[in-house]
Design a protein around this ligand. Sequence first.
Ligand code: PMP
Length: 426
Amino acid sequence: MSRSSELFERAIRHIPGGVNSPVRAFKAVGGTPIFIDRADGAYIFDCDGKRYTDYVLSWGPMIMGHNHPEVREAVVRQSEKGLSFGAPTELEIELADTICDIMPNMDLVRMVNSGTEATMSAIRLARGYTGRDIIVKFEGCYHGHSDSLLIKAGSGALTLGVPSSPGVPAALADYTMTLTYNDPEGLRKAFAEHGDRIACLIVEPVTGNMNCVLPTPEFLSAMREVCTASGAVLILDEVMTGFRFGTHGAQGHLGIEADLTCLGKIVGGGMPVGAFGGKREIMEQIAPLGPVYQAGTLSGNPIAMVAGLATMRIISQPGFYEPIFAKTQAICDGMQQAADKAGVPFTTNHAGTMFGGFFTESESVTNYADVMACDTDSFARFFHHMLELGVYLAPASYEAGFMSAAHTDEDIEETVAAAATAFAAL
Ligand code: PMP
């Protein structure tokens, strides 16, 4: 019996399903999760000592690769001064200044501890600012697990078949309007009918929670247009996309202007951090400046701030992103060729440093319905072949893959070779 299997048996005794976040549980692909001992660069090592080339990267944060020495040393140094003060530090100013400098549309920013907190707080703020209740989201987008946003959500909520979780009051769900991604007409219609009651529209500017789905330019401009016309707040959830397309976020890359932006993952360099920020007029409504309440015992935690700051320094170096973009393209091209050669119906999407593969006859995957039409059994078998061959993909077909600066061309070649074997075995 592997050490991972032993640990899983122990884990399920006192941890629900053996995991502290459901997508880790291998429920979608079968089998039991591997337990990780350590990680370095592009690799994670399980408790049996096996090495995997990692395309999950802690679900996105580790864009420089795991265990980057500069981040690690910053964390170690800072921890010698104490772990949490619950009072302001200069570090928080430095990170806020950095974020507002490099991200567009950011006048003020508030640090929190997770992406969920960032989106939940941004929604409360949008409701407080507009005095309206309805929020608009898109089917298959995931914005964390707060009640209002767990309606027809992506990621683990899709995987587990809980599109609207029990425990979310029906009365609250009534205030969440869910529309189709990449459907500008549907969007315009909803706003034409309900615009004066809509507080905000929240969206993943590139979706990574129904696998990787890219927005059309018409969809992006329609979102800005309906929000401006109706006075609704446009919230770009860049928890995943933030700093994956360059330092300016997906919004800088795609040319769409957010009113509020949510960040997470990379901004904390692997520590539990989220942030929300945006236009001064809206952000000034947050306590203690304004009446909309939001708080956090550990928010702006000094250890987390130095991890984020070290990360921001490294990704801001000229030329950081281009090689990662090229490797993202290379892995998609390689996987596509391998699938074609094996005669497996397969297509890929990629943008920036995010990518996704789809087991489908269809040539394009542009929304939730397209994603749901993919062959999840083939994915599960492919996943296990890849795992066996030392490649760690997200254990569900509704998740995007991530590339890091640490992945080498050889890593990509090995992964593509493994994919060729896995496709052939299907
Ligand atoms: N928004 C998006 C777009 C995400 O991808 C995620 C997490 N995958 C969240 C919000 C929630 O972040 P967290 O898991 O840190 O609460």
